[in-house]
Write a protein that binds this ligand. Structure first.
Ligand SMILES: C[S@@+](CC[C@H](N)C(=O)[O-])C[C@H]1O[C@@H](n2cnc3c(N)ncnc32)[C@H](O)[C@@H]1O
Length: 319
């Protein structure tokens, strides 16, 4: 079982940076209507991290509402609690350390139980979902925001000077499939879990299951007008200035190898892929530096393959 501490600097930075442009405000408004959110709801957020879902949806449930954020990282929760003083006016936000497999709430406690990028990291996501259902009232709502990263893995296209061949793109996708399988096999979670969640919800007795996809299309092109594009340029420059984090790089490479081999890949194909991938990376770095500096960088990451999946508990038949 993977034992990541999400308050570690590099992981915490990731959950802060990635969330700056994660869901658009107008989409959140639309999802709130779609899910039938109401002011005054009692809400549980499992694996809440810094409380992102709390402040994102507060406008739609927070007046007289109660938000309970749970996470296994006490350090993150300390920060989440401080941050929440700013966003939780009109209701109550509280945080509690705990385990997604054993939620510290009674049966039928919440009107709405949710999680985001939690199930993808768990060895037994069904067990966590079952716990979320247990603590939710009959007729209550479950929401899981989770990705399908495998589908997203072939979408990147760099139009500044694309040297990636079809063969490499296919090889990359194949490697990703093996990697995802190995990660799951080692008990570190399913990176593409989103596509399995509707079926998991159905098997656990939820009804009115429906799913929407994040509507953001990620691209940069001169003159980089939108806030998201400006942000991407800023991050790319920062990345180039800061250079490599050698420790992180080593860790990632080891993890990549472990997952690839556990997924059934051979050592020789791992080294073949790595050689090509690193050569491309160096080529891209040079190209990025130049095109970012002279303002000619074009890139598209395509859709994000990030889903908002909802289900409802039946009003009858729950103990
Ligand atoms: C990728 S972060 C997502 C945080 C937050 N939901 C967000 O979207 O910003 C995953 C979070 O799940 C928490 N987590 C992982 N396994 C857990 C478990 N078994 N029980 C409770 N929390 C867990 C981690 O500590 C981390 O804060």
């Amino acid at each position: 079982m993977q034992n990541k501490e999400w308050s570690d600097e590099h992981l915490k930075r990731m959950i802060i940076e990635q969330r700056k442009h994660m869901w658009r405000d107008d989409s959140v408004e639309m999802y709130s209507r779609w899910m039938g959110l109401k002011q005054g709801m009692t809400v549980v957020d499992v694996g809440c991290g810094l409380g992102y879902l709390g402040w994102t949806y507060w406008k739609y449930f927070g007046q007289g509402g109660k938000y309970f954020g749970l996470d296994k990282s006490s350090k993150l929760l300390e920060e989440a609690s401080v941050i929440s003083e700013e966003w939780s006016q009109g209701g109550i936000a509280s945080f509690q350390p705990g385990d997604a497999y054993e939620l510290p709430y009674p049966d039928n406690f919440a009107d709405w139980t949710m999680c985001q990028t939690l199930l993808m990291h768990l060895e037994f996501p069904e067990r966590a979902l079952q716990e979320m259902i247990r603590v939710t009232k009959p007729g209550g709502l479950i929401m899981c925001n989770e990705p399908d990263n495998l589908s997203a893995s072939t979408m990147v296209a760099d139009f500044s000077e694309n040297t990636v061949t079809d063969e490499y793109t296919l090889q990359h996708h194949r490697v990703m499939m093996i990697w995802v399988r190995g990660r799951k096999k080692l008990g570190h979670g399913d990176f593409s879990i989103a596509v399995r969640i509707p079926m998991m919800m159905r098997d656990l007795g939820l009804i009115e299951i429906d799913s929407r996809c994040n509507d953001t299309c990620n691209f940069v092109q001169p003159p980089y007008e939108t806030p998201l594009q400006k942000y991407r340029i800023e991050m790319a420059k920062k990345h180039l200035e800061e250079g490599e984090d050698e420790e992180g790089e080593k860790r990632n490479r080891q993890e990549f190898k472990d997952y690839f081999l556990a997924g059934g890949g051979s050592l020789s194909s791992y080294y073949r892929y790595l050689k090509r991938a690193y050569a491309l990376r160096d080529e891209y770095k040079k190209m990025h530096r130049e095109s970012i500096e002279n303002g000619t960088w074009f890139r598209s990451w395509g859709a994000s393959s990030f889903f908002c999946i909802k289900g409802r508990l039946p009003t009858e038949g729950k103990q």
